[in-house]
Write a protein that binds this ligand. Structure first.
Ligand code: BGC
Length: 557
């Protein structure tokens, strides 16, 4: 793409789930020192930026998504000085740094919430959160019927009788974004980190900040379904995607907040950017977050939620490019993150239908990891050939599967407890990364570590390590390295447009100019490749001009 367009229009951004990436100090938990030690690896992968999950001071009720102090780094991860050194060092490697900001809620240990508890009902301190009296004769019923994304009611009652809202865990009270101090405080936090050199922010639950002022009950049809990665199934929600007015998700008023944030980002030199975690129920609703005066980009979860079907994927790609293009924003493509089942394990299952925003992302039933891995390889070539930016979740470049047999005793995700032990939660995609060696901790922690990794790694991950896969040209890692390198070098890749080519049913084929074609075979039979001058990259063997089922190729034409 042209050298003048902002970098974020077609960046490859690597997601660092800090607890599980690399442990520098040997306590079994990943940290900033660990990230710094692995910057050469990230450079070798060729990524443009890293997004780091929350690193702020936190009691870790939701592994950092419960922030007690947004201007401090949790001692588990390091210090603000170390964060500044990481930012500078990453920049020297040509890698930008995007932390996560969590504006929907704070930790219950945050100074504001503690002050609200101490000040009592009716106090101005309580107005920065969403406190309400209960319903029923003695106020013993919650103020409305909203449900927590982690299970159970979204309200908790205090001994003084007041109830407070938490769309997630009780340790994560929701802020009141109607309050001017809340708005001013977050703009100040953004400036604090922008002035320390960060290149942007990933905005957590960006679609949740504004609530309907009357806090009405959920419309009957939406109960008890929730929107987002942590939802419970509701068969009544099947069918074409439609937008329905919801009292706490994706309300129009939220965009005013982001117009103000955009102005803050624009105060700083360089191209700072935001990426919204916004679960919107139509591509139009998602595009509303990335209009010219709003945020820069948003995760495209429709791509992640799509089943392994050419028809479904093509529809998602067309809708995304169409809707985002109409507002001048680039698309983003994402296959996995720290909230969903790893895609080798998703694609290894026979889920035929497209997921909906209110379905669980942890499909059950037998898994065929060989199939899932073959598809994951093809999906990587598809994702990295599409116009726009792409996200790689740590470990997907190693082909890691979901760890589905973690012993119950080690599960830490609040979903496990809140669901009454019916949902194992997200720990299975958060297992520490295997770097080297034949046995746990596979180089995740230093040799003299005082503690084992915070989640146990499988005994059979030796073949998944970075060490084992490096220079093995059949490995997932070398496929990603090759694809990211080619994407950087090839003038057709990155930002821009695509043209679909005629292909058999179940086959996706598109051209990007100049001279590039990507073909993905999602059908059950081998497919004859279109005319080409050479094969640039193949997820499988692509022998004899035939593309086997569940394989993809990049062609020079
Ligand atoms: C994050 C989750 C987190 C939740 C609450 C999300 O969408 O990605 O990991 O639990 O927000 O902050």
């Amino acid at each position: 793409m042209s050298g003048t367009a902002p970098w974020w229009r077609d960046a490859v951004i690597y997601q660092v789930y800090i607890r599980s990436f690399a442990d520098g100090n040997g306590d079994g938990v990943g940290d900033i020192a660990g990230i710094r030690s692995r910057l050469p690896y990230l450079k070798s992968l060729g990524v443009d930026a890293i997004w780091i999950n929350p690193w702020y001071k936190s009691p870790m009720a939701d592994h950092g998504y419960d922030v007690a102090d947004y201007r401090a780094i949790d001692p588990l991860f390091g210090t603000v000085a170390e964060a500044e050194e990481l930012i500078a060092e990453a920049h020297r490697h040509g890698i930008r740094v995007i932390p996560d900001i969590v504006p929907n809620h704070t930790s219950d240990q945050h100074a504001w919430f503690q002050a609200a508890l101490a000040a009592g009902p009716g106090s101005p301190e309580r107005e920065r959160y969403v406190f309400r009296p209960g319903r029923g004769p003695d106020g013993g019923e919650p103020p409305n019927d909203w449900v927590s994304c982690f299970g159970g009611p979204a309200w908790t009652r205090l001994p003084d009788g007041d109830w407070y809202l938490h769309l997630f865990a009780p340790e994560q009270p929701d802020l009141n974004w109607e309050h001017p101090e809340v708005r001013a405080e977050f703009e100040s936090i953004l400036r604090f980190w922008f002035s320390r050199g960060v290149d942007g922010f990933r905005i957590d639950v960006a679609h949740g900040l504004v609530k309907h002022p009357g806090l009405p009950d959920l419309p009957p049809r939406q109960q008890p379904a929730q929107q987002g990665p942590l939802a419970t199934a509701d068969p009544s929600q099947e069918g074409p995607q439609q937008h329905t007015d919801h009292p706490h998700w994706d309300r129009d008023e939220v965009h005013e907040i982001y117009r103000a944030w955009r102005k803050v980002a624009d105060e700083f030199p360089g191209d700072r950017c935001f990426v919204a975690e916004a679960w919107a129920d139509t591509p139009e609703r998602l595009a509303a977050y990335v209009r010219r005066d709003g945020l820069h980009t948003a995760f495209n979860f429709d791509f992640l939620m799509s089943s392994w079907s050419a028809k479904d994927l093509r529809a998602v790609i067309d809708d995304s490019l169409g809707m985002l293009g109409a507002v001048g924003a680039p698309a983003t493509w994402v296959l996995s993150n720290h909230d969903v089942m790893r895609h080798t394990s998703r694609y290894g299952r026979t889920t035929v239908k497209r997921w909906a925003v209110n379905e669980p992302y942890r499909p059950e039933g037998p898994v065929d990891l060989e199939l899932g891995t073959r598809r994951a390889r093809a999906a990587a070539l598809l994702m990295l050939a599409l116009p726009g930016g792409a996200y790689i979740y740590q470990g997907e470049e190693l082909g890691l599967p979901e760890v589905e047999d973690l012993p119950e005793a080690v599960l830490q995700d609040p979903i496990w407890e809140r669901s009454g032990h019916t949902d194992r939660g997200r720990d299975g995609c958060r297992v520490p990364i295997p770097w080297s060696g034949r046995t746990p901790p596979y180089g995740f922690s230093p040799e003299d570590a005082s503690a084992a990794p915070w989640l146990p790694q499988p005994a059979d991950w030796a073949e998944h390590t970075v060490e084992a896969q490096t220079r093995d040209e059949t490995s997932m890692l070398e496929l990603y390295r090759g694809a990211v390198r080619l994407r950087r070098e090839h003038p057709a890749l990155g930002d821009g447009t695509l043209t679909w080519l005629d292909a058999a049913e179940g086959v996706l084929a598109f051209r990007r100019d100049p001279g590039f074609v990507c073909v993905v075979n999602l059908s059950a039979t081998a497919y004859r490749l279109p005319d080409h001058t050479s094969i640039l990259l193949a997820s499988g063997t692509a022998q004899g001009g035939l593309l086997a089922p569940d394989e993809a190729v990049w062609l020079s034409v």
